[in-house]
Design a protein around this ligand. Sequence first.
Ligand code: NAD
Ligand code: DAU
Length: 339
Amino acid sequence: MTTIVTGGAGFIGSNYIYHMLAAHPGERIVCLDKLTYAGNLSTLAAAMENPDFRFVKADICDRDAVERLFDEEKPDVVVNFAAESHVDRSIDDPGVFLRTNVMGTATLMDACRRHGVKRFHQVGTDEVYGDLPLDRPDLLFTEQTPIRASSPYSASKAGADLLALAYHRTYGLPVTVSRCSNNYGPYQFPEKLIPLMIANALADKPLPVYGEGLNVRDWLYVEDHCRAIDLIVRGGRVGEVYNIGGHNEMRNIDIVKLICRELGKPESLIAHVADRKGHDRRYAIDPTKIHGELGWLPETKFADGIRKTIRWYLDNRGWWETIVSGEYRHYYEKMYGNR
Ligand code: NAD
Ligand code: DAU
């Protein structure tokens, strides 16, 4: 069996590749990644040693390159992680989000149709459901919750999901879609909340909390997400959407204080800065469907996962220090300089 994993040089895609190589030895994994600012080939150094693995640098929007790769590899399965993934960047410049997240997904699915791929899995996000009020803890996102995206990022991801389901209905393409809550763990790019706070705290730099920090996210350790996708690809019903989340809601401010405590840093580093435009208040996933149909449950408790994650960033300083000392400095200055 051959699986093409797009976006495998990024955070979740790389964790998925390592999960697949360990869980299904002998299956071929081909990573297709454009290596944007968020893609990092050094993340895949250990995978490169594995004869079951191949890396190809290409853009999912490049029809010719995608076609060539499908001709060469004749994939059984395509799992699409490739995306522009950061909400703040989408607020600054939406265009590339539409190109990669919508057109790129369509380009991949056109190739899947031509080549009779047995499963196209679209990795989606809970952000397509918009947000929930802070004072209604009883409300959760189910697969029936209407699409109500808030940011250009989530709107582009909603477009990709709808297109995937439309390719199933119209052309019979065997599609599944998953929508996951916030992930954390090794190899997450330091623009995202948890690694940004770890990197800043270690450098005794201000910890920029948007607004009061009362927004709530539902955090899932990345390996639990990868196991869920693997289960959906092997046993999920085509044409279906599966929500993935671990009932682990946390306020941003509490996460930042926890990171301070774990690193022995003072909370006086916390700096409340201007809020994100259109900032979603709360995300919370109801994972009943994936639990009932596929037996999936998260295995990593947040207290353990966050310690493992902090340990990983301490043990792999070279990985993220290279990033934060490069082009990222310009991004950081633009995003946080006058905030
Ligand atoms: P990431 O930004 O860390 O990685 C994205 C990867 O895609 C990078 O390796 C990048 O080089 C590659 N890429 C970008 N544009 C490309 C293109 N045009 N062609 C080929 N490759 C391209 O993202 P992530 O956090 O790992 O997220 C992966 C997927 O999971 C995304 O689709 C995202 O929407 C979704 N998701 C993320 C989370 C989360 O918490 N991070 C939660 C739910 C869903
Ligand atoms: O819910 C799934 C989504 O989770 C994924 O689809 C996205 O790809 C992923 O980036 C993530 O989106 P968020 O916007 O929730 O993640 P982010 O890490 O950017 O922010 C988490 C929360 O922390 C959010 O409420 C904004 C806040 N925040 C973030 C940063 C970067 C801060 O307060 N300060 C910061 O510097």
